[in-house]
Design a protein around this ligand. Sequence first.
Ligand SMILES: *[C@@H]1O[C@H](CO)[C@@H](O)[C@H](O)[C@H]1NC(C)=O
Ligand SMILES: *[C@@H]1O[C@H](CO)[C@@H](O)[C@H](O)[C@H]1NC(C)=O
Ligand SMILES: *[C@@H]1O[C@H](CO)[C@@H](O)[C@H](O)[C@H]1NC(C)=O
Ligand SMILES: *[C@@H]1O[C@H](CO)[C@@H](O)[C@H](O)[C@H]1NC(C)=O
Ligand SMILES: *[C@@H]1O[C@H](CO)[C@@H](O)[C@H](O)[C@H]1NC(C)=O
Ligand SMILES: *[C@@H]1O[C@H](CO)[C@@H](O)[C@H](O)[C@H]1NC(C)=O
Ligand SMILES: *[C@@H]1O[C@H](CO)[C@@H](O)[C@H](O)[C@H]1NC(C)=O
Ligand SMILES: *[C@@H]1O[C@H](CO)[C@@H](O)[C@H](O)[C@H]1NC(C)=O
Length: 677
Amino acid sequence: MSRSCSCLLYLLLVINAHVTTAEERPRRRLKLTDYEASQADSAAHDDSVALRRSGLTGTPEPGYQAAAFRVPTLSGEFVYQPGAVTSGSVVIHAFTNKSAFLECLWSTEASLSSLVEDLPASAQVLFLSLDDSSVSDALWMRERLHNAAMKRSQKEVLSRLHFSPVPVFALGNWIPSVLYSWACTGHNCGLAQTVFTSQGWKMPVIVKRLDARYDWLMGRWGQWWYQLKDAGDGCEPSPSVAGSVAWLSEGNCSFFTKIQNMAKSNASGVLVFAEPGNSIQEMNCVGDECLSLLGLPASMVHLEPSVIHALRSGLPVNVSFQTTPSPNFFIGIDQQGALSEMGWFLYPTFSFVNWQAQWFDFYADLQLKLDLPATVIPVFDKVQMQGDKGAVAVVNLPPDLSGFDTLLLDASLSCPGRRDSSCPPWDHTVQLFVCCDHLGPYCNVELGRWITAFRRGIGRWQTDVSPLIPVLDASKCTFTMKTVPWAMPWIVSLNLRFSAANLTNLSGNHTEKLRPFRVMSLYSGGTFNKTYNKRYLPIKFPVPASTKKVELYAVITGHGSDENGCGEFCVTSHHFLFNGVHSNCRTFDSAGSALGCTERVKDGAVPNEHGTWLYGRGGWCDGLPVDPWRVNVTGQLELSGFESNTVLYFGLFGGKDPDPSQQPGYIIMSSFLIFYK
Ligand SMILES: *[C@@H]1O[C@H](CO)[C@@H](O)[C@H](O)[C@H]1NC(C)=O
Ligand SMILES: *[C@@H]1O[C@H](CO)[C@@H](O)[C@H](O)[C@H]1NC(C)=O
Ligand SMILES: *[C@@H]1O[C@H](CO)[C@@H](O)[C@H](O)[C@H]1NC(C)=O
Ligand SMILES: *[C@@H]1O[C@H](CO)[C@@H](O)[C@H](O)[C@H]1NC(C)=O
Ligand SMILES: *[C@@H]1O[C@H](CO)[C@@H](O)[C@H](O)[C@H]1NC(C)=O
Ligand SMILES: *[C@@H]1O[C@H](CO)[C@@H](O)[C@H](O)[C@H]1NC(C)=O
Ligand SMILES: *[C@@H]1O[C@H](CO)[C@@H](O)[C@H](O)[C@H]1NC(C)=O
Ligand SMILES: *[C@@H]1O[C@H](CO)[C@@H](O)[C@H](O)[C@H]1NC(C)=O
């Protein structure tokens, strides 16, 4: 056991040194900090609004129960009745063609097809228009989705899509006030616009714009005037645009080529205009293009004849950029009837609606699980977790744990206010440590790990940590939940849910399950550099008498960013070799993939966060617990007598020892052998 004790000590040192530094990120992550900082004011504002309106007669806030409403639709009426068994979740979307983001959301085939193909079966969508053109908007939206559904033989979904010809301002229910008071900024909110001025114009010309996607385009428009210069189709560099914004036609080469050419020409930014009759598109990179980061802002707009005329006449044209506030375009109602924000749509696709609706499904399912019988021990009830101290609680456990074979952590991370804008930025690691017997071998073992949901306050999850029941080795335990000291406060709640799974087995069978009785600490992580594996030596261990099963239990996450994106965005593999021959390996295949973490929304990954929550990561996702990795290794061990077994851990990148040339990343790992009898 002395070996495992020293491992434990090392584990604690590593954790203290590296709890997490999300600031050590790929460059593309950094620019959000500027943007996020500018949002702090709106967060403060939201809180005061929430306070003022917290009375029942005020505007409903997220989390309030949605009141009943009826809205006329093209095919009759949409009726929302709280508590109706069949209600499922509802997404309300208010369209306005003043937003280029929404124009693109509605014109991109991939966006429409994602809605008709992937809207969860429990969800309905009510489409509204904010404008006087609501009748033609409703007919147009219905036609677009009907066509998309018919093309893909997705007829069923149409019965769950409802189109209202009544404009938002004439609805006469709570929807308008929620849309207007939940106003927000960011990707799917506000009206992003371009302002042109020229000599002889009485008024500026103001048009909607859609900015290119930020994860490859680093630049942002400044708060000043630029000069606009015509540069044709931009398929060749054009020295005349140096220091100006280039005005380019679409087509003849990719958006990326245009922007790259203008970057080479030292332009300050790029405006691409759609050919007449074409919609505004989202300018993005394709394939290998995405490996090159470009440093200048770019947007797409509609062709503006007065601008072309002025440029062709040799008149100077100035351009600047603004965002005019708008109402929110989305409201969610979850399956329990609670109002919910829909979060950030990072780019124009209805996939973000689907992801939020998937999360409503996950959450409804979680509620059912939380209704199952269990002995519930509250640890934190809406406690602030911040600073070095984190959140700490001393808790009495049930006097006899031997009747339980299951321990679930029911944890939630919410925010100081009801709005997501009050939530802290960044995806930091949160760790739960427990110490019961201060002199025992298990004091300050990591019991659970989560990652915060970047600017979203809806996360709640249940994690099965049953194999670690033996670390609760005294009746009074101290629980400490921590994130990095510089993170803004999160509000944490945590319940321990003890149960005897064999008693709640629905089939009524009372098969005796094996129970964990001893936990042996193995390895912890550390700096993922060339000598990462040098510090791991084989551990010899006997299997205690009467053991019936041995399990490997490991919680592993990769963080930081070397030149390969390791360990957050690179594919690492983690190997536990037993007795020199039996290899058990976990590979973080989806790390760095564009949509890896969207696949985990159905498992509870909070969708539509700020930041780049969609990318796959090294063993984790934003707004999700870290899954313990469990392997039954009984068959790989010598169980009988005094035979000694060995285990050795190593971690690889690309099948080899890591060998970063700069800023190595790091691995946070807790690993154990669990002995059952
Ligand atoms: C939206 O606006 C664009 C240009 O401003 C126009 O071409 C398009 O027809 C409009 N769409 C709808 C549905 O009104
Ligand atoms: C363009 O902006 C500059 C700097 O603000 C200003 O001096 C100039 O008059 C503007 N020109 C036009 C055509 O608006
Ligand atoms: C595309 O290239 C052709 C040939 O160089 C040119 O005539 C045409 O104007 C370009 N199209 C656009 C949209 O710029
Ligand atoms: C762009 O700027 C760089 C650095 O100032 C300069 O070396 C280069 O010649 C410029 N290129 C053009 C096309 O103006
Ligand atoms: C399983 O069920 C039996 C019979 O009800 C009970 O005595 C036992 O404690 C349960 N086992 C565990 C591990 O909870
Ligand atoms: C419960 O017992 C019945 C009858 O012995 C058996 O058919 C069934 O598979 C068992 N179910 C489980 C979950 O073990
Ligand atoms: C790897 O990191 C560890 C811990 O920071 C350090 O002690 C060691 O010298 C580093 N190895 C190399 C090759 O840089
Ligand atoms: C664990 O592995 C052993 C040996 O391979 C096997 O006999 C046993 O059924 C497994 N136990 C469980 C719970 O899967």
